[in-house]
Structures are given as C-alpha cells and as structure tokens.
Design a protein around this ligand. Structure first.
Ligand code: ATP
Ligand code: MG
Length: 567
C-alpha cells in the first residue's frame, strides 16, 4: 500500500506493536526520523502465509505512521541461497500489495561488517578460535551449567588481527577457525557465551561470487544490518527474543544507530506446516508438484489456488498479534477467502461428474438461451446468455433412482427446477449392460421458463446443468488439506511430520462439463461454479485443454463453528 502523507495516528491501537510505535511516533523518540521498518527474509525458500503476517506487520505499521519499509535479504548463508528465491520473494511481497522503500542485501554490508569485526578485535572484544565445532559445543555448557573459556580466548590483539586477516585471505580451510565475540561464557543466555561471528566457507555466494571465503553469522549480521538502515522498529518472531541482548551488545560496542527489536507470535495454522526447510523437502521429494502446488501454504501456491491478497491481509489482521504463540483455525482463513470471493466471483455452471438428462418432450435440434446474472451480489457484473437444449448434463449426485429419505433432488416422478430454465420431472432411466445409469429421461413444463411455474407450484430443489451440445470439457483439480491432522507435528514415536500428509489431498476430475462462457476464462478471473465451489483457471491450461483449480468448496464450516460458539 502506498505510504500516506498524513500519518493516521487516530487509529485506535489494536495491538501492542501499534501501541509502541504510536507512542514512539508521538514522543518523537527518533527525532524527526520517520518510522523505519524492514522485512528481512532469508532467500532460502519461497515465502509462506506465515511470512505474510510479518509482511503485513512490517509494511502495514510503517504505512500507518507515514514510515518506510525496506525489503532486506538476509543472505549470509551462501550454501542455501539462490536468486530464484530472491525473485520469488519480491514477486510475492508485491502480490500481497506492498512496495518497499529500498531493496537491501545483508551481503552489501559484508565490507562494513568486516571492518566492524576488526574494530571489535582491536577493542579486545573478539578473538580467533581454533576449537572444532564439536569442541565449541562442549565448551558452551548447558542451560544449567556455565560454559568454559576457550584456550584461545586470551590471544593478543595482534595475533587475532593477523589470524582474522589471513582467514579472509583464504589461508585456512573451512571449519578450521572462527571469529568469536568475547562476552561471557557464564551468561545465563547461551547466545551470549562468546557467539561465533565469522566462519570460513569457501562457497560461491549468489551475489558476491567468490569475493569472500569468510561469512558473517546471521546473529552478527542481523542487528547491524538494521542499524545501517536506521531501522527504528525491528519486528520479528518470538524465537529471536533470546538473541536480542546479543544484537544490542554489538550495537553498543560499535556505538552505532540503536535499532530496537520487538517480538511477536508466529502465525501457526491448523492442518498447515510452515517451515521452509520442510516445505523444501516436500518439493525435493516430489510429494507435491513444486513450490507453487496449490496445496502448499506458500504464497505462490495459494495464489495459484485462487486465494486473493485482500483475503489474506484481512485474515492476518483478524488473526491478530500477541506475545504468545498459538494456533489459528484454517477454517478462519477459508472463511475470509469465501467472503471475498462471494463478493467478486462470477457465477457459472459446471458439472463435475456428468449424467445425461434427456428432455423427451423438448424439440430435438432446438436451442434457446436463458439470461443469467453474473453475480447476484454485484448487479454491475451484468448478465449472460446460457444455451439450453434437449440434452443436458446434471451431476450424478443430483439423481437417485431410489431416493433415500429427505432426498429432494431428482428421482423418478419428482419435479425439480433447472436453475434459471425450467421445471423438469424425471420419468425413466437408461442403463448399460452392467446396470449403470447412463441417462435419465424427463419431461419439462414449457410454462415454467425462467424457473417459475405460473400456477405457483413449488419444487424443493434447484439444480445446475449444462447443455450437452454446447458444453466444453475441462480438467478440474480438487484440493483438500495437505495434512491429515490439525497439528501436523502431532507425531507417534519415530514418525516424521511428512508421515502426516493427507493421502487424498488432490483429486483430479478429468472430464467435467462446463458452460461455454468459461472458454474465455482468464488467469485472474475468479468463479463460483454454482453449488460446487470457488474456482480459477490454472496456468497448466493450454489451447484445447482447460484446467481449473478449486480454491474452496462452498460449505463454510467456519461460519458453523462461529455460530456454535455463540450459542
Ligand atoms: P521458516 O521457519 O519458515 O524457515 P524463517 O523465520 O526461517 O521461516 P525468514 O526468511 O528468516 O524465515 O523469515 C523472515 C521473517 O518472517 C522473519 O522476521 C520471521 O520472523 C518472519 N516469519 C517467519 N515465519 C513466520 C510465521 N510463521 N509467522 C510470522 N512471521 C514469520
Ligand atoms: Mg529465519
């Protein structure tokens, strides 16, 4: 969203982060400097809906106070980072509706971070350490036991400078030495027990190439990157709360701009796994069809599925911000998405599992057009003409030769309404040699055109249909939850989270029958297939082969849950 010229501070504070920023804005804590935030993804995977929360907080709160937000890639780990991820992250942030002030990379700060490391060495606040990674771990101690000083802790400044410069010059193999901050091996906070600042890694970086063979640790780079960008409010998830004292320590030792960190709860959603590492595994093991598989919680996945940025922003705002981690029902996300689509989606008729319906008393070869509203929620969406003829398709589920109790749809002798068209009464069925029903024969009442009979006769059911002669074929992909359990991490001993995948999360309907207007569907269009659900075109569509994704079925289980909670 565009940053407003006049910051709207009259908005009542609705969460603790907004209250803090409002107060700092009011008291001019940072003088005349604007509120500056940043969104700092590591480019080691695609963004997911959890990141959408961080994005809405970082960009949204800055916007409210006329501030600015940088997009900063925290690209300190050359082994896992790629340009593909950088590109996708930029696309996804924009898709959500936000634009950054500056595009930044932690890797742009490598020279400055290196100079600062030299400064800390000269001040006796950092040292080169030759212990192995295992030894460092042993020396670190535990939550209940203090750590032990490394035997290299008291190297002279000269020796440290010499070794660190030679580390950078590439004289030593990977893993042979690290640079550590000299803080306190007895600190109750393990992050303060002489944390590693630099490691040796002869790896090619996606931006700096082979220029560096030492790389800063995330914890050494992050706070100073905030400081370099004069970030006033550095917001991140709760797991970084224990790292905050370390970020502050570096900033204080270096005497640089005092960015302040604030932590909020991670977004967790039932039936949903939000870990980039595990999502990568799903992709690599072909458990899904790529990062943008519509079952994935990635922003590119839910976008392809037909979710809209408006609904995601509304959902994230409703899920709220707090200081304790919790879990949000996936039904709430679906509720906001349905709400949005109900308002904007064009209606259409599509039969997923077709059954032929023949109107015996309708003239063969005749065709007529019925006028149908494109969106009853939005008269400005207009109307369209839908062809009607003697042979139609209806859903197999909409006919029962022997109707169960309370079955109000079509069965022999029963009259129903074909939406916007006519009343029809089923008469006989046609079966194949195996006894399967291949067609239903019916009669229609020509006086009921438009869907009402002049004698005021009532029917209990209205069904969608498609004219067989005019129908177009499409593949339809129906999605269900990717995980079978509300908490995907609810595991038996020895199980992995991927063991909780729902084996039935994708169902492909190979040959659905659609009304002909859907031949002109575009990728950005959203549809409600009447009585079936919300759908959008999939990019796998090719000339002659339409593919639609079901965004969501119509049933709104969230509304039911809410209703139940109220009573
Ligand atoms: P993951 O756990 O999926 O690997 P991450 O935290 O390692 O995520 P980053 O690229 O470091 O991924 O995240 C960028 C920003 O997004 C961070 O500020 C992080 O706190 C925030 N973030 C990540 N996951 C969530 C989540 N589930 N809810 C809210 N914010 C999140
Ligand atoms: Mg991270």
């Amino acid at each position: 969203m565009e940053s407003s010229d006049s910051p709207n501070i009259s908005t009542p504070p609705s969460n603790f982060l907004r209250e803090i920023i409002a107060e700092d804005f009011r008291t001019k804590k940072y003088g005349n400097a604007v509120i500056q935030t940043r969104f700092p993804p590591e480019p080691n995977g695609y963004l997911h809906i959890g990141h959408a929360k961080a994005i809405c907080i970082d960009f949204g709160l800055a916007d409210e106070f006329g501030g600015k937000t940088n997009l900063r890639f925290d690209d300190t780990n050359p082994e896992k980072e790629e340009q593909e991820y950088v590109d996708s992250i930029m696309e996804d942030v924009r898709w959500l509706g936000f634009e950054w002030e500056r595009l930044c990379y932690a890797s742009d700060y490598f020279p400055r971070l290196y100079e600062w490391a030299l400064q800390l060495i000269r001040a006796g606040k950092a040292y080169v350490n030759d212990l192995s990674a295992d030894e460092i771990r042993q020396y670190r101690g535990t939550l209940t036991e203090p750590g032990k000083d490394s035997p290299y802790r008291n190297r002279s400044v000269e020796e440290n400078l010499d070794l660190f410069i030679r580390m950078k010059a590439g004289e030593f193999p990977d893993g042979s030495r690290v640079l550590r901050a000299k803080i306190d091996m007895a600190s109750p906070n393990l992050n303060m027990r002489d944390p590693v600042m630099y490691r040796i890694l002869h790896a090619t970086h996606h931006r700096t190439g082979d220029e560096w063979c030492i790389y800063p640790m995330y914890d050494y780079a992050h706070g100073q990157s905030d400081s370099i960008e004069c970030v006033t409010h550095s917001m991140c998830t709760l797991e970084f709360a224990d790292h905050q004292p370390l970020y502050r320590w570096y900033i204080e030792q270096l005497g640089i701009f005092p960015s302040q960190q604030f932590e909020f709860d991670r977004l967790n959603i039932t039936y949903t796994m939000l870990s980039k590492r595990k999502l990568l595994q799903l992709v690599q093991e072909h458990r899904v069809n790529g990062w943008d598989d519509p079952r994935m919680p990635t922003l590119c996945g839910i976008r392809r599925r037909g979710f809209t940025p408006e609904a995601i922003r509304t959902f994230v705002a409703a899920a709220g911000v707090s200081r304790t981690n919790g879990s949000t029902d996936v039904e709430m996300l679906e509720h906001f998405q349905r709400d949005d689509l109900n308002r904007r989606a064009r209606r259409a008729m599509a039969v997923l599992r077709p059954l032929k319906l023949v109107i015996d008393n309708y003239p063969a070869g005749k065709e007529e057009f019925v006028e149908v509203a494109n969106n009853p929620e939005d008269p400005s969406a207009g109307t369209r003409q839908v062809p009607f003829s003697r042979e139609l398709y209806i859903e197999q589920d909409d006919f029962r030769e022997v109707p169960p109790p309370k079955y109000y749809r079509l069965s022999p002798g029963k009259e129903v309404r074909l939406r916007n068209a006519y009343f029809v009464t089923a008469q006989t069925v046609e079966k194949d040699a195996a006894g399967n029903i291949v067609a239903v024969h019916c009669t229609y009442d020509p006086a009921s055109r438009g869907g009402n009979s002049p004698d005021g006769r009532k029917v209990k059911s209205t069904m969608h249909w498609v004219s067989a002669a005019h129908a177009i074929s499409a593949e339809i992909r129906l999605y269900d939850k990717l995980f079978a359990k509300p908490d995907p991490y609810d595991l038996e001993e020895g199980q992995d989270v991927l063991d909780n995948l729902n084996p039935n999360s994708l169902e492909i309907v190979a040959d659905a029958k659609l009304e002909p207007s859907l031949a002109n569907a575009r990728l950005e269009d959203r549809f409600q297939f009447e009585r079936v659900g919300y759908f959008c075109l999939d990019p796998d569509t090719k000339p002659g082969k339409l593919v639609f994704n079901r965004t969501l079925p119509l049933k709104d289980s969230w509304a039911k849950i809410e209703k139940k909670a109220r009573t």
